[in-house]
Design a binder for this molecule. Structure first.
Ligand code: IPM
Ligand code: MG
Length: 369
Protein backbone atom coordinates (compact mmCIF):
# COMPACT_ATOMS: atom_id res chain seq x y z
CA UNK A 1 0.00 0.00 0.00
CA UNK A 2 1.22 3.52 -0.79
CA UNK A 3 1.99 5.92 2.04
CA UNK A 4 -0.89 8.27 1.41
CA UNK A 5 -4.11 6.82 2.66
CA UNK A 6 -6.95 7.70 0.32
CA UNK A 7 -10.36 7.58 1.88
CA UNK A 8 -13.49 7.94 -0.19
CA UNK A 9 -16.15 9.50 2.00
CA UNK A 10 -19.76 8.95 1.03
CA UNK A 11 -21.95 10.72 3.61
CA UNK A 12 -25.22 9.84 1.83
CA UNK A 13 -28.61 10.87 3.14
CA UNK A 14 -30.46 11.90 6.28
CA UNK A 15 -28.14 12.00 9.29
CA UNK A 16 -25.27 10.61 7.15
CA UNK A 17 -23.63 14.01 6.49
CA UNK A 18 -23.96 15.05 10.16
CA UNK A 19 -22.32 11.97 11.61
CA UNK A 20 -19.66 12.03 8.91
CA UNK A 21 -18.77 15.63 9.81
CA UNK A 22 -17.65 14.33 13.21
CA UNK A 23 -15.41 11.71 11.61
CA UNK A 24 -13.87 14.47 9.50
CA UNK A 25 -12.99 16.31 12.69
CA UNK A 26 -11.23 13.22 14.00
CA UNK A 27 -9.35 12.68 10.74
CA UNK A 28 -8.27 16.34 10.64
CA UNK A 29 -7.14 16.02 14.23
CA UNK A 30 -5.13 12.87 13.55
CA UNK A 31 -3.54 14.33 10.41
CA UNK A 32 -2.56 17.36 12.42
CA UNK A 33 -1.47 15.74 15.68
CA UNK A 34 -0.38 12.29 14.63
CA UNK A 35 0.73 12.86 11.07
CA UNK A 36 -1.56 10.13 9.78
CA UNK A 37 -1.59 11.40 6.19
CA UNK A 38 -5.20 10.69 5.34
CA UNK A 39 -6.53 12.22 2.16
CA UNK A 40 -10.27 12.51 1.90
CA UNK A 41 -12.28 12.66 -1.24
CA UNK A 42 -15.99 13.20 -0.84
CA UNK A 43 -18.74 12.07 -3.16
CA UNK A 44 -22.47 11.38 -3.41
CA UNK A 45 -24.36 8.16 -2.83
CA UNK A 46 -27.98 7.19 -2.30
CA UNK A 47 -30.80 9.70 -2.59
CA UNK A 48 -28.35 12.60 -2.65
CA UNK A 49 -26.76 11.10 -5.75
CA UNK A 50 -30.17 10.37 -7.29
CA UNK A 51 -31.18 14.01 -6.89
CA UNK A 52 -27.97 15.17 -8.57
CA UNK A 53 -27.45 12.48 -11.23
CA UNK A 54 -30.60 10.34 -11.47
CA UNK A 55 -28.93 7.19 -10.09
CA UNK A 56 -27.90 6.01 -6.61
CA UNK A 57 -24.19 5.88 -7.39
CA UNK A 58 -22.39 7.02 -10.56
CA UNK A 59 -19.88 5.02 -12.62
CA UNK A 60 -17.35 7.72 -11.84
CA UNK A 61 -17.83 7.18 -8.09
CA UNK A 62 -17.49 3.42 -8.60
CA UNK A 63 -14.10 4.01 -10.22
CA UNK A 64 -13.03 6.11 -7.24
CA UNK A 65 -14.37 3.47 -4.86
CA UNK A 66 -12.30 0.78 -6.54
CA UNK A 67 -9.09 2.77 -6.29
CA UNK A 68 -9.57 4.17 -2.77
CA UNK A 69 -7.71 2.51 0.12
CA UNK A 70 -10.95 2.48 2.09
CA UNK A 71 -14.50 3.83 1.88
CA UNK A 72 -16.41 5.42 4.72
CA UNK A 73 -20.16 5.58 4.19
CA UNK A 74 -22.78 7.40 6.27
CA UNK A 75 -26.28 6.15 5.49
CA UNK A 76 -28.66 6.02 2.56
CA UNK A 77 -32.41 6.25 2.05
CA UNK A 78 -35.45 8.21 3.11
CA UNK A 79 -39.16 8.59 2.33
CA UNK A 80 -38.35 11.23 -0.28
CA UNK A 81 -37.24 8.46 -2.65
CA UNK A 82 -39.96 5.90 -1.83
CA UNK A 83 -41.47 6.12 -5.28
CA UNK A 84 -38.23 5.96 -7.25
CA UNK A 85 -37.79 2.79 -9.37
CA UNK A 86 -36.03 0.02 -7.42
CA UNK A 87 -32.85 0.10 -9.50
CA UNK A 88 -32.38 3.77 -8.63
CA UNK A 89 -33.51 3.66 -5.01
CA UNK A 90 -30.86 4.94 -2.53
CA UNK A 91 -30.27 1.37 -1.28
CA UNK A 92 -29.25 0.32 -4.80
CA UNK A 93 -26.13 2.49 -4.48
CA UNK A 94 -25.06 0.69 -1.34
CA UNK A 95 -25.78 -2.73 -2.84
CA UNK A 96 -23.79 -1.87 -5.99
CA UNK A 97 -20.79 -0.83 -3.93
CA UNK A 98 -20.95 -4.05 -1.89
CA UNK A 99 -21.40 -6.25 -4.95
CA UNK A 100 -18.91 -4.69 -7.38
CA UNK A 101 -16.18 -4.45 -4.76
CA UNK A 102 -17.04 -8.00 -3.71
CA UNK A 103 -17.24 -6.98 -0.04
CA UNK A 104 -18.49 -10.38 1.03
CA UNK A 105 -17.61 -10.32 4.74
CA UNK A 106 -19.61 -7.88 6.84
CA UNK A 107 -18.31 -7.62 10.39
CA UNK A 108 -20.81 -6.22 12.88
CA UNK A 109 -19.45 -6.19 16.41
CA UNK A 110 -21.99 -5.71 19.21
CA UNK A 111 -20.10 -4.47 22.21
CA UNK A 112 -21.71 -3.20 25.39
CA UNK A 113 -19.92 -0.27 27.01
CA UNK A 114 -20.19 -0.40 30.80
CA UNK A 115 -21.37 3.21 30.91
CA UNK A 116 -24.32 2.34 28.67
CA UNK A 117 -25.60 -0.71 30.51
CA UNK A 118 -28.66 1.20 31.65
CA UNK A 119 -29.46 2.33 28.10
CA UNK A 120 -30.19 -1.25 27.07
CA UNK A 121 -33.77 -2.41 27.33
CA UNK A 122 -32.45 -5.68 28.77
CA UNK A 123 -31.45 -6.28 32.39
CA UNK A 124 -27.88 -5.18 33.24
CA UNK A 125 -26.86 -8.73 34.17
CA UNK A 126 -27.87 -9.97 30.72
CA UNK A 127 -25.80 -7.47 28.75
CA UNK A 128 -22.84 -6.60 31.00
CA UNK A 129 -19.51 -7.23 29.27
CA UNK A 130 -21.19 -8.39 26.10
CA UNK A 131 -18.93 -8.76 23.07
CA UNK A 132 -20.39 -10.50 20.01
CA UNK A 133 -19.11 -10.43 16.45
CA UNK A 134 -21.71 -11.03 13.76
CA UNK A 135 -20.20 -12.02 10.42
CA UNK A 136 -22.85 -11.46 7.77
CA UNK A 137 -22.39 -12.71 4.20
CA UNK A 138 -22.95 -9.56 2.15
CA UNK A 139 -22.77 -10.16 -1.59
CA UNK A 140 -25.02 -13.15 -2.27
CA UNK A 141 -28.17 -14.88 -1.01
CA UNK A 142 -31.63 -13.46 -1.45
CA UNK A 143 -30.31 -9.90 -1.81
CA UNK A 144 -28.87 -10.74 -5.21
CA UNK A 145 -30.27 -14.16 -6.21
CA UNK A 146 -31.87 -14.63 -9.62
CA UNK A 147 -34.60 -14.87 -10.74
CA UNK A 148 -36.23 -11.98 -8.96
CA UNK A 149 -38.99 -9.55 -9.80
CA UNK A 150 -42.57 -10.08 -10.81
CA UNK A 151 -43.94 -12.66 -13.16
CA UNK A 152 -47.19 -14.27 -14.16
CA UNK A 153 -47.67 -18.01 -13.90
CA UNK A 154 -50.91 -19.54 -15.18
CA UNK A 155 -52.57 -16.17 -15.11
CA UNK A 156 -51.57 -15.43 -11.50
CA UNK A 157 -49.11 -12.64 -10.68
CA UNK A 158 -46.17 -13.40 -8.40
CA UNK A 159 -43.43 -11.39 -6.69
CA UNK A 160 -40.27 -13.39 -6.14
CA UNK A 161 -36.71 -13.43 -4.86
CA UNK A 162 -34.24 -16.29 -4.86
CA UNK A 163 -32.19 -17.49 -1.93
CA UNK A 164 -29.13 -19.13 -3.45
CA UNK A 165 -25.57 -19.78 -2.23
CA UNK A 166 -22.60 -21.41 -3.92
CA UNK A 167 -20.03 -23.44 -2.01
CA UNK A 168 -17.25 -20.84 -2.54
CA UNK A 169 -19.53 -18.08 -1.23
CA UNK A 170 -20.18 -19.96 2.01
CA UNK A 171 -16.64 -21.30 2.28
CA UNK A 172 -14.95 -17.90 2.21
CA UNK A 173 -17.24 -16.22 4.73
CA UNK A 174 -16.97 -19.22 7.05
CA UNK A 175 -13.17 -18.87 6.97
CA UNK A 176 -13.44 -15.20 7.96
CA UNK A 177 -15.62 -16.21 10.92
CA UNK A 178 -13.28 -19.00 12.05
CA UNK A 179 -10.20 -16.78 11.71
CA UNK A 180 -11.87 -14.09 13.82
CA UNK A 181 -12.96 -16.63 16.43
CA UNK A 182 -9.37 -17.78 16.83
CA UNK A 183 -8.42 -14.25 17.90
CA UNK A 184 -11.42 -14.07 20.23
CA UNK A 185 -13.07 -16.83 22.28
CA UNK A 186 -12.68 -19.58 19.72
CA UNK A 187 -16.38 -20.21 19.22
CA UNK A 188 -18.52 -19.92 16.08
CA UNK A 189 -22.29 -20.27 15.84
CA UNK A 190 -23.47 -20.80 12.28
CA UNK A 191 -27.05 -19.66 11.72
CA UNK A 192 -29.56 -20.74 9.03
CA UNK A 193 -32.95 -22.43 8.69
CA UNK A 194 -31.81 -25.93 7.82
CA UNK A 195 -35.11 -27.23 9.17
CA UNK A 196 -37.01 -25.54 6.32
CA UNK A 197 -34.66 -24.35 3.60
CA UNK A 198 -32.55 -26.39 1.19
CA UNK A 199 -30.05 -23.55 1.07
CA UNK A 200 -29.91 -23.78 4.87
CA UNK A 201 -29.05 -27.48 4.76
CA UNK A 202 -26.33 -26.65 2.22
CA UNK A 203 -25.02 -23.74 4.31
CA UNK A 204 -24.66 -26.01 7.33
CA UNK A 205 -22.92 -28.69 5.26
CA UNK A 206 -20.32 -26.31 3.83
CA UNK A 207 -19.60 -24.56 7.13
CA UNK A 208 -19.07 -27.98 8.76
CA UNK A 209 -16.82 -29.06 5.89
CA UNK A 210 -14.59 -25.97 6.26
CA UNK A 211 -14.54 -26.48 10.00
CA UNK A 212 -13.60 -30.17 9.90
CA UNK A 213 -10.93 -29.62 7.25
CA UNK A 214 -9.17 -26.52 8.58
CA UNK A 215 -10.63 -25.27 11.86
CA UNK A 216 -11.36 -28.37 13.93
CA UNK A 217 -9.83 -26.60 16.96
CA UNK A 218 -12.57 -23.94 16.90
CA UNK A 219 -15.81 -24.79 18.70
CA UNK A 220 -18.64 -24.84 16.14
CA UNK A 221 -22.37 -24.85 16.85
CA UNK A 222 -25.36 -24.61 14.51
CA UNK A 223 -28.55 -22.74 15.28
CA UNK A 224 -31.80 -21.97 13.49
CA UNK A 225 -32.23 -18.27 12.80
CA UNK A 226 -35.48 -17.91 14.72
CA UNK A 227 -33.95 -19.57 17.76
CA UNK A 228 -30.88 -17.33 17.39
CA UNK A 229 -33.07 -14.20 17.52
CA UNK A 230 -34.62 -15.51 20.72
CA UNK A 231 -31.28 -16.55 22.25
CA UNK A 232 -29.81 -13.11 21.48
CA UNK A 233 -32.28 -11.46 23.82
CA UNK A 234 -32.45 -14.35 26.31
CA UNK A 235 -28.78 -15.05 26.92
CA UNK A 236 -26.53 -13.17 24.49
CA UNK A 237 -23.32 -14.00 26.38
CA UNK A 238 -23.46 -17.54 24.95
CA UNK A 239 -22.28 -16.13 21.59
CA UNK A 240 -18.78 -15.25 20.43
CA UNK A 241 -18.82 -15.17 16.61
CA UNK A 242 -22.06 -15.65 14.68
CA UNK A 243 -21.78 -16.42 10.96
CA UNK A 244 -24.87 -16.19 8.83
CA UNK A 245 -26.28 -15.30 5.44
CA UNK A 246 -27.15 -11.89 4.04
CA UNK A 247 -30.79 -11.67 5.12
CA UNK A 248 -30.53 -13.35 8.54
CA UNK A 249 -27.42 -11.25 9.19
CA UNK A 250 -29.38 -8.09 8.44
CA UNK A 251 -32.09 -9.02 10.94
CA UNK A 252 -29.90 -10.45 13.67
CA UNK A 253 -27.48 -7.52 13.63
CA UNK A 254 -30.30 -5.03 14.24
CA UNK A 255 -31.40 -7.23 17.11
CA UNK A 256 -27.86 -7.46 18.52
CA UNK A 257 -27.48 -3.70 18.15
CA UNK A 258 -30.28 -3.04 20.60
CA UNK A 259 -28.50 -5.12 23.24
CA UNK A 260 -25.86 -2.40 23.25
CA UNK A 261 -28.41 0.27 24.10
CA UNK A 262 -28.88 1.87 20.71
CA UNK A 263 -28.57 1.22 17.02
CA UNK A 264 -26.58 4.46 17.13
CA UNK A 265 -23.65 2.62 18.70
CA UNK A 266 -22.99 -0.16 16.19
CA UNK A 267 -20.19 0.10 13.60
CA UNK A 268 -19.47 -2.25 10.72
CA UNK A 269 -16.74 -3.22 8.28
CA UNK A 270 -17.39 -4.84 4.90
CA UNK A 271 -14.29 -6.56 3.62
CA UNK A 272 -13.30 -8.21 0.35
CA UNK A 273 -10.38 -10.38 -0.66
CA UNK A 274 -6.82 -9.15 -0.15
CA UNK A 275 -5.07 -8.33 -3.43
CA UNK A 276 -2.03 -10.67 -3.49
CA UNK A 277 0.11 -8.05 -5.24
CA UNK A 278 -0.77 -4.77 -3.51
CA UNK A 279 -1.86 -6.28 -0.19
CA UNK A 280 -4.91 -3.98 -0.22
CA UNK A 281 -8.17 -5.36 1.16
CA UNK A 282 -11.16 -3.67 -0.52
CA UNK A 283 -13.14 -2.30 2.39
CA UNK A 284 -16.10 -0.13 3.23
CA UNK A 285 -16.96 1.04 6.74
CA UNK A 286 -20.38 2.22 7.80
CA UNK A 287 -22.60 2.49 10.85
CA UNK A 288 -25.30 -0.19 11.07
CA UNK A 289 -27.99 2.44 11.67
CA UNK A 290 -29.92 3.97 8.80
CA UNK A 291 -30.38 7.54 7.62
CA UNK A 292 -32.99 8.40 10.32
CA UNK A 293 -34.70 11.07 8.18
CA UNK A 294 -37.04 11.93 11.07
CA UNK A 295 -34.17 13.50 13.07
CA UNK A 296 -31.93 14.62 10.20
CA UNK A 297 -30.53 18.14 10.47
CA UNK A 298 -31.49 18.55 14.12
CA UNK A 299 -28.16 17.75 15.73
CA UNK A 300 -29.73 14.76 17.49
CA UNK A 301 -27.89 11.94 15.69
CA UNK A 302 -25.39 9.81 17.57
CA UNK A 303 -22.05 9.97 15.71
CA UNK A 304 -20.44 7.17 17.77
CA UNK A 305 -21.33 4.29 15.41
CA UNK A 306 -19.66 6.13 12.53
CA UNK A 307 -16.66 7.06 14.68
CA UNK A 308 -16.34 3.42 15.74
CA UNK A 309 -16.57 2.44 12.06
CA UNK A 310 -13.63 4.76 11.46
CA UNK A 311 -11.82 2.95 14.24
CA UNK A 312 -12.50 -0.36 12.47
CA UNK A 313 -11.02 1.22 9.33
CA UNK A 314 -7.84 2.14 11.21
CA UNK A 315 -7.60 -1.44 12.48
CA UNK A 316 -8.51 -3.49 9.41
CA UNK A 317 -7.42 -1.31 6.47
CA UNK A 318 -4.41 0.51 7.85
CA UNK A 319 -3.06 -1.72 10.57
CA UNK A 320 -3.17 1.23 12.98
CA UNK A 321 -4.20 -0.69 16.09
CA UNK A 322 -2.81 1.93 18.46
CA UNK A 323 -4.83 4.74 16.88
CA UNK A 324 -7.90 2.51 16.80
CA UNK A 325 -7.50 1.62 20.49
CA UNK A 326 -7.14 5.31 21.29
CA UNK A 327 -10.35 6.17 19.47
CA UNK A 328 -12.23 3.32 21.15
CA UNK A 329 -10.94 4.51 24.52
CA UNK A 330 -12.00 8.10 23.73
CA UNK A 331 -15.53 6.83 23.01
CA UNK A 332 -15.54 5.01 26.33
CA UNK A 333 -14.30 8.14 28.10
CA UNK A 334 -16.97 10.47 26.70
CA UNK A 335 -19.61 7.96 27.78
CA UNK A 336 -18.07 7.69 31.22
CA UNK A 337 -18.14 11.47 31.49
CA UNK A 338 -21.92 11.11 31.20
CA UNK A 339 -22.30 12.67 27.76
CA UNK A 340 -25.22 11.28 25.78
CA UNK A 341 -26.94 12.00 22.49
CA UNK A 342 -30.73 11.74 22.61
CA UNK A 343 -30.88 8.04 21.60
CA UNK A 344 -28.87 6.93 24.65
CA UNK A 345 -29.98 9.64 27.08
CA UNK A 346 -30.95 8.59 30.60
CA UNK A 347 -31.56 10.28 33.97
CA UNK A 348 -28.64 12.18 35.44
CA UNK A 349 -26.66 12.27 32.18
CA UNK A 350 -25.78 15.34 30.12
CA UNK A 351 -27.45 15.55 26.73
CA UNK A 352 -25.23 16.76 23.90
CA UNK A 353 -25.71 17.39 20.19
CA UNK A 354 -24.05 15.45 17.40
CA UNK A 355 -21.24 17.98 17.13
CA UNK A 356 -21.05 18.36 20.92
CA UNK A 357 -20.29 14.65 21.09
CA UNK A 358 -17.64 14.98 18.37
CA UNK A 359 -15.99 17.92 20.13
CA UNK A 360 -15.88 16.04 23.44
CA UNK A 361 -14.31 13.10 21.66
CA UNK A 362 -11.55 15.30 20.24
CA UNK A 363 -10.91 16.61 23.75
CA UNK A 364 -10.55 13.04 25.01
CA UNK A 365 -8.24 12.15 22.12
CA UNK A 366 -6.12 15.14 23.08
CA UNK A 367 -5.80 13.84 26.64
CA UNK A 368 -4.91 10.34 25.45
CA UNK A 369 -2.26 11.26 22.90
C1 IPM B 1 -27.97 -2.72 6.45
C2 IPM B 1 -29.18 -2.06 5.81
C3 IPM B 1 -29.14 -2.36 4.32
C4 IPM B 1 -29.29 -3.85 4.15
C5 IPM B 1 -30.18 -1.59 3.49
C6 IPM B 1 -30.06 -0.09 3.69
C7 IPM B 1 -30.09 -1.93 2.03
O1 IPM B 1 -30.34 -2.46 6.42
O2 IPM B 1 -26.83 -2.44 6.04
O3 IPM B 1 -28.17 -3.49 7.40
O4 IPM B 1 -30.43 -4.36 4.12
O5 IPM B 1 -28.27 -4.53 4.01
MG1 MG C 1 -30.04 -3.64 8.19
Amino acid sequence: MSNTKNILMLPGDGIGPEVMAEVKKVIDWSNDKRDTGFEIEEDLVGGACYDAHGCAVTDDTMVKAKSADAILLGAVGGPKWDNVAREHRPEAGLLRLRKELDLFANLRPALVFDALIDASTLKPDVVRGLDIMIVRELTAGVYFGEPRGEETRDGVDYGLDTQIYSEPEIDRVARVAFDLAKKRNNKVTSVEKANVMESGVFWRKIVSKVHDADYADVELGHMYADNCAMQLVRWPAQFDVIVTDNLFGDLLSDCAAMLTGSLGMLPSASLGTKDPVTGVIPAMYEPVHGSAPDIAGEGKANPLATLLSHSMMLRYSFDMAQDADMLDQAVQNVLERGLRTADIMSDGMTQVTTSGMGDALIEELGKLS
